[in-house]
Write a protein that binds this ligand. Structure first.
Ligand code: PRP
Ligand code: MN
Ligand code: MG
Length: 181
């Protein structure tokens, strides 16, 4: 995947740094959910890579499920009004749900998903996100696990896309202006 790195302004977080941080988060999660009926819920598509690596970093096993959602809204900015394209396969009644995301930008997506899942009688609903942009947050959503806080710049890789590209880049990078200009 090195050929994609020419499309980057620079690498923001290397694959090694990401995996080391996921090891720490996995240990925290395993300790916090010991003895509890944990279900990992990934949000398609951006979270596919982080779910894959995070769940393999866990010291034991836990099931996963997936949601796909679509946000209505003008242009590129999400309005936070969301429609479910693919719902969970699992009944989460009584389960301890941990939503896993690649990034919190405005927070609109996750605040909608969190309240949607919380209305289904789960024992608990928490959030783990690899990235968070504190300067872009529009709604405050309680996040239990954060990998990295990053500046409000356009990042790609490790699941994050620009026009569906770069999800398979192993690092998190800043997209070079010539790519989207
Ligand atoms: C991206 C990202 C988060 C969401 C964050 O998903 O993966 O899910 O936006 O933005 P927000 O905090 O402003 O709501 P996107 O809608 O691009 O879909 P994708 O995961 O399929 O790329
Ligand atoms: Mn997403
Ligand atoms: Mg996207």
């Amino acid at each position: 995947a090195e050929h994609m790195e020419g499309d980057l302004e620079r690498v923001l977080i290397s694959e090694e740094e990401i995996l080391a941080r996921l090891d720490e988060l996995a240990a925290d999660i395993w300790r916090d959910y010991e003895g509890k009926d944990l279900l990992l819920v990934g949000v398609l598509k951006g979270a596919v890579i982080v779910v894959s690596d995070l769940m393999r970093a866990l010291p034991g096993t836990a099931p996963m499920d997936w949601m796909a959602i679509s946000s209505y809204g003008s242009g590129t900015k999400s309005s936070g009004v969301v429609r479910i394209l693919k719902d969970l396969d699992t009944d989460i009644t009584g389960k301890h749900v941990l939503i896993i995301e690649d990034i919190i930008d405005s927070g609109l997506t996750l605040s909608w998903i969190k309240s949607n899942l919380a209305s289904r009688n789960a024992a608990s609903v928490e959030i783990c996100t690899l990235l968070r942009k504190p300067d872009a947050v529009k709604v405050d959503v309680g996040v239990r696990y954060v990998g990295f806080d990053i500046p409000n710049d356009f990042v790609v890789g490790y699941g994050l896309d620009y026009a569906e590209k770069y999800r398979n880049l192993r690092c998190i990078g800043l997209l070079a202006p010539h790519v989207y200009a």
